[in-house]
Design a protein. Structure first.
Length: 82
């Protein structure tokens, strides 16, 4: 079995400086507004986030004030043999 950790939840802590880096990296999840960034409504559901985990992780790493947070869940997938 292979283990992977899809993103189950993403949020933004107070302190966003509206730099737009997150929206540039992952526009499906983040929306920059005049005074802060928000999570798009569709991204509030775990199934929507699962295929975007790497982009969310990249956005969190690139955030200059480190306010992007996310939770993962551990899942097992059967290994695919050739």
């Amino acid at each position: 079995m292979l283990r992977h950790k899809p993103v189950a939840k993403v949020w933004i802590d107070p302190g966003c400086i509206v730099c737009s880096a997150c929206e540039t990296t992952c526009p499906d999840v983040f929306e920059v507004r005049e005074t802060t960034c928000v999570i798009r409504p569709e991204a509030l559901h775990a199934p929507f986030l699962q295929s975007r985990g790497q982009m969310i992780s990249d956005a969190a790493e690139e955030c200059p004030v480190q306010v992007i947070k996310f939770e993962t869940i551990e899942c097992e997938e059967p290994s695919h043999s050739l």
